[in-house]
Design a protein around this ligand. Structure first.
Ligand SMILES: [Zn+2]
Ligand SMILES: [Zn+2]
Length: 358
């Protein structure tokens, strides 16, 4: 450990996925790198899937966290001018890509075959990357975005994964030129971390927004606080029947196995389901539900670095406000438990710096 920078974080050490304090060394700073002191980090379902090895690729110990807001502490020679010491910056889900392929050259680096995840990826020194549940990170500046001045850092954290996950497909698929006959009708399926920012973003884009949820529990909040236009309970047969063929798009944010056939019936002909929540098991599709109406099931993975920067400025410009619950690091295992019961409005954000890890 001699001469190396030490970071203090929280790691899971086996598939039980329980997090506990963990000290490790960081890689060397390169000329293109930024070192940041982590201030806040969001918690999402992918973190839990990874901590428990539910995607079967986890390297233990694993230090999760990919909605990272930090402060620039140091930077490499080639980064000077882009950032200053003390700038508030963000890191999302990826920290590397080849930089040369067609995806990398067209602002789609999240689809590069050599893309490197922020944690549990392979870093330039051959060791696993470590995320924002830690005091410090070293990241190539290409994957670091600026946090606009008007955004509170804890507010910005969920935008770096959840926010761009909703923003990128809404921007890509739900085009304004389609905005005829009373506007684009967008359904948001699942009102969690991604869903709640999805409602705010789709509304700010000018669309008509229906929240689709399994119970009435979040109805008042969706309509009154998030500004949704309609609320549909997916278990209510009569409501679902009445809503058949009423939507142009459904942003499906459910990060678990679920049946999508009943949601396909909610789409108008040529409608699309945009999958953004990763289910560890395969989904089943009724082929006639797609064929009768020329419907599409498609997917979208986070967004590009350019989209990530864009959603932050969009948020600032539209004066949006995410709903977060800020907790200290030693609450993280309890936060995971509560998130799994949907007992959070709507995103846990860890106050990493305020938890005095080191
Ligand atoms: Zn590439
Ligand atoms: Zn995420």
């Amino acid at each position: 450990m001699e001469g190396k920078r030490v970071a203090v974080g929280w790691a899971a050490r086996d598939p039980r996925g329980v997090l506990s304090p963990y000290t490790f060394t960081l890689r060397e700073m390169g000329p293109k790198d930024v070192m940041l002191r982590v201030l806040y980090c969001g918690l999402d379902h992918t973190d839990v899937h990874q901590m428990r090895n539910e995607i079967h690729l986890t390297i233990y110990p694993i230090v999760p966290g990919h909605e990272v807001v930090g402060e620039v502490m140091e930077m490499g020679k080639e980064v000077e001018g882009r950032f200053k010491i003390g700038d508030i910056v963000g890191v999302g889900c990826i920290v590397g890509s080849c930089g040369e392929c067609a995806c990398c050259k067209s602002n789609r680096e999240q689809y590069c075959s050599k893309m490197v995840f922020t944690y549990n990826g392979i870093d330039v020194d051959g060791r696993p990357t470590t995320g924002g549940f830690a005091s410090t990170m070293i990241v190539n500046h290409r994957f670091v975005v600026k946090i606009p001045k008007k955004l509170a850092p804890e507010q910005a954290a969920p935008l770096l994964c959840a926010g761009v996950t909703a923003y990128s497909p809404l921007k890509h698929f739900c085009r304004n030129e389609d905005n005829k006959n009373g506007g684009v009708k967008v359904g948001i399926l699942g009102l969690g971390g991604v869903g709640h920012v999805g409602v705010l973003i789709a509304k700010a884009m000018g669309h008509h927004v229906t929240v689709i949820s399994s119970s009435n529990k979040k109805k008042e909040e969706a309509l009154q606080h998030l500004g949704a236009d309609a609320y549909l309970v997916s278990t209510g047969t009569k409501e679902m029947d009445e809503a058949v063929a009423s939507l142009d798009f459904i942003l499906d944010t459910i990060p678990a196995l679920h049946s999508i056939n009943s949601y396909l019936s909610l789409l108008k002909p040529d409608g699309k389901i945009l999958l953004v929540g990763v289910s560890p098991q395969d989904l089943q599709v009724n082929s006639s539900a797609l064929i009768l109406g020329r419907k599409t099931i498609t997917g979208s993975f986070i967004g590009s670095i350019a989209d990530t920067q864009e959603v932050l400025y969009f948020w600032e410009e539209k004066e949006l406000k995410s709903m977060v619950e800020v907790v200290k690091m030693d609450y993280v295992n309890k936060a995971v438990e509560r998130m799994e019961k949907n007992d959070v409005r709507y995103r846990f954000v860890l106050d990493v710096h305020g938890s005095h890890l080191s």
